[in-house]
Design a binder for this molecule. Structure first.
Ligand SMILES: *Cc1c(COP(=O)(O)O)cnc(C)c1O
Length: 388
């Protein structure tokens, strides 16, 4: 009998993760309503969610979902090319295209699926993808899947980007996030747009952490900087500020038509339930409305307060502030211990380690929401000081 335990080595792999302080586990929560999360009789204030505007638990969300369920029921039944495209998906995509200022948009079941479908549909062997070193795993995996040559520039390093552009072969796609998910800082989008235009490359910007949060009507960092019309491919998630789940790619009509024909994570995946599309259309209206502006203004006030607290305890927050404030600690064991101490004092703040960030740069990742109160943020400041 072959010794499969030896071949697969699962126990040894798990032991190895534990030994390196890289072990992760899922912690069940009994209740997560707004910013308070509960497990048994314990309760924490959540500073780890990407629901930046607090829409996930809003009355508007509840009402839109209930309305959608009453109208459309449960699942969609099949992929959109097979079963027919429901009007609710078309309406959502028209609203997204209008919101992002593009001709068209296509929705996917997650932001991760957008990257996996889009990048390999547009570039392949003989082409070149140039990524910022800190790009999200979905962008890296999509680039690998495409078969194109992959080049990486150090985070926001424009000289290196330019040198890579000079020698790139085939179709050239530059890929960056606008607000970086684990560092909370911003890409130098204006300069990147200028470089990619000069070298005839295309640019994909992942605005997962900027839509809803930055720019006029919450349209993202590229709109805030006035370069959105030069971005060729706008990628975003519907799972963060939009408060629900899913992802989108907004671009020209031709690009979207090509994706409908080629993006495998779109073609071979069941369409998201119609009530989600219905509720998301309402969320776009809300995010781009006066009420959206008020929520953003509250969020930025909260971020400002947290930034000041971090400065007071000797930390240096990112210069362009969206809603992510990392506290870089270094060693995974120390960051884990700090996260555990914060948990003991009633705050949910995750420790982010390798392979999500580079070894030796383990950190606490604080995310703010429009829903946090002044006193919750003040309390966080004291707890942080005690935990570090
Ligand atoms: C969260 C995230 C995604 C993936 O979006 P999901 O909808 O959660 O799958 C993609 N890019 C970045 C930068 C993200 O932070």
């Amino acid at each position: 009998m072959p010794d499969t335990e030896r071949t697969w080595n699962i126990a040894a792999q798990l032991d190895d993760l534990r030994a390196q302080e890289l072990w992760r586990e899922l912690r069940p929560l009994d209740e997560a309503h707004g910013l308070t999360v509960r497990s048994g009789d314990r309760e924490w204030i959540n500073f780890s969610s990407n629901d930046y505007l607090g829409l996930a638990h809003s009355q508007e969300m509840q009402a839109a979902l209930e309305d959608g369920i009453a109208k459309y029921g449960g699942g969609s039944g099949a992929s959109r090319l097979v079963c027919g495209t429901h009007r609710s998906h078309v309406t959502l995509e028209e609203a997204l295209a209008h919101f992002k200022g593009t001709e068209a948009a296509l929705t996917f079941s997650s932001g991760f699926a957008v990257a996996l479908g889009t990048i390999p549909a547009l570039v392949g062997a003989g082409d070149t993808i140039i990524l910022d070193k800190l790009c999200h795993a979905s962008l890296v995996d999509a680039a690998r899947l495409s078969g194109a040559t992959i080049r990486v520039f150090p985070h926001n390093h424009l000289d290196k980007l330019e040198r890579l552009l000079q020698t790139a072969q085939g179709r050239v796609l530059v890929v960056t996030e606008s607000i970086f998910s684990m560092d909370g800082d911003a890409a130098l989008l204006k300069e990147i747009v200028e470089l990619k235009s000069r070298h005839g490359a295309w640019l994909l910007v992942d605005e997962a952490h900027a839509v809803g949060v930055l720019g006029p009507q919450g349209r993202g960092l590229s709109a805030a900087l006035g370069v959105d019309q030069q971005v060729d491919l706008h990628l975003g998630t519907l799972s963060k500020a939009f408060g629900l789940s899913g992802g989108y790619l907004a671009a020209s009509r031709q690009v979207i038509d090509l994706l409908i024909n080629r993006a495998r994570s779109f073609i071979y995946s069941t369409a998201p339930p119609m009530h989600l599309a219905h509720a998301l259309t309402t969320m776009i209206d809300l995010i781009s409305s006066r009420r959206g502006d008020l929520l953003r203004s509250k969020l930025h006030t909260n971020v400002g307060q947290a930034v000041q607290l971090l400065k007071d305890i000797g930390m240096s927050p990112p210069a362009v502030q969206a809603a992510i404030l990392p506290v870089i600690i270094g060693e995974a064991s120390q960051a884990l211990a700090a996260s555990a101490r914060l948990r003991d004092s009633g705050f949910l703040i995750p420790c982010i380690r390798y392979p999500t960030v580079a070894r030796g740069s383990a950190r606490l990742r604080i995310t703010l929401s429009a829903e946090h109160s002044v006193s919750q943020i003040t309390a966080l400041g004291s707890a942080l000081q005690a935990a570090l």
